[in-house]
Design a binder for this molecule. Structure first.
Ligand code: ATP
Ligand code: MG
Length: 274
């Protein structure tokens, strides 16, 4: 496969910032991740500094924890701020866990710079086990009241959508915040504007709890074909959503672990004999 490596390295070596910026604007962060290990340390640093901030955050969220901690320590403060702002809350909580292990003082300083609401949410998220739904979820979901009309929801969505992790599924909660229904964006759009949410929502919600094992989350998503699952606490209150991208990462990690385990097993010679 043709990679971005050659033109990228050339632009980096030549210090051709204009060319570099144009490459970076047209390259998906994943394409950069694929050549990441082949780049010099100083070049990686330049890329993380020059990338458009959304892409920088996306790339950053896929780096190993030690690398995340290192970059948060060494990147220019404005860039650190942009990356932290762009990360979704689940990725932000993961990044803080990484920094806390490597450099607790830096973690404190970065945390102090967050706005109070984000800080509280990050602190909340870091309390969950990493391999359970709580450790994968993000609180950036959209919750509706069942008495809202479709028209009201659409108006509400215009305000809420930019900060939500996904808007394809909308969850319905009661006065106590307990999860009582779900509807898709499609359900909403095809409904008459005067219909109330309770009339079109599906009350049979498939959900997980904060302490549901990540493998179980993955299994449910695969079996039910859902790209998002809601997460509730012990009282049944909606506290987050897990999205398919995080679950795919989990499956990848587990597959890699399994392959390593297999590789460690002594395979009898006869397996290879013809
Ligand atoms: P279709 O698959 O028929 O094209 P769609 O694209 O509108 O429908 P999907 O994303 O497939 O929507 O979701 C179908 C239905 O699944 C939605 O109407 C929604 O009510 C329901 N749904 C979504 N998430 C859940 C969930 N966690 N538990 C139960 N039902 C859910
Ligand atoms: Mg569908």
């Amino acid at each position: 496969m043709e990679t971005v490596l050659n033109p990228l390295v050339q632009a980096l070596e030549e210090g051709d910032t204009l060319k570099l910026k144009s490459i970076l604007e047209n390259t998906h962060p994943q394409a950069l991740l694929e050549v990441w290990d082949e780049l010099k340390g100083e070049h990686r640093y330049v890329l993380l500094t020059l990338l458009p901030k959304e892409k920088a955050a996306e790339l950053f969220s896929h780096l190993p924890p030690e690398a995340q901690a290192e970059y948060l320590k060494t990147l220019p403060p404005w860039r650190v701020r942009e990356i932290l702002e762009e990360l979704s809350l689940d990725d932000l909580a993961d990044a803080f866990q990484a920094v806390e292990e490597e450099d607790p003082a830096l973690a404190q300083r970065l945390k102090a710079a967050l706005d109070p609401e984000t800080r509280a949410e990050v602190e909340e998220l870091t309390q969950y086990e990493e391999d359970e739904a709580g450790g994968l979820m993000t609180p950036e979901y959209i919750a509706l009241k069942s008495s809202m009309t479709v028209e009201e929801v659409l108006r509400f969505l215009r305000r809420a959508a930019p900060d939500a992790e996904t808007i394809y599924y909308l969850y319905v909660v009661d006065e106590e915040g307990r999860l009582i229904g779900v509807l898709s964006l499609r359900d909403l759009i095809v409904a008459d504007p005067r219909t109330r949410v309770k009339e079109i929502m599906n009350p049979e919600v498939i959900f997980v709890r904060t302490d549901t094992d990540q493998e179980e989350v993955a299994r449910l998503m695969a079996d039910y074909d859902f790209t998002v699952l809601p997460v509730v606490d012990e009282e049944g209150r909606l506290v987050g959503i897990v999205t398919i991208d995080d679950v795919v990462d989990v499956l990848e990690e587990e597959a890699t672990e399994d392959i390593h385990k297999l590789a460690a097993v002594d395979v009898p010679d006869l397996v290879y004999s013809q």
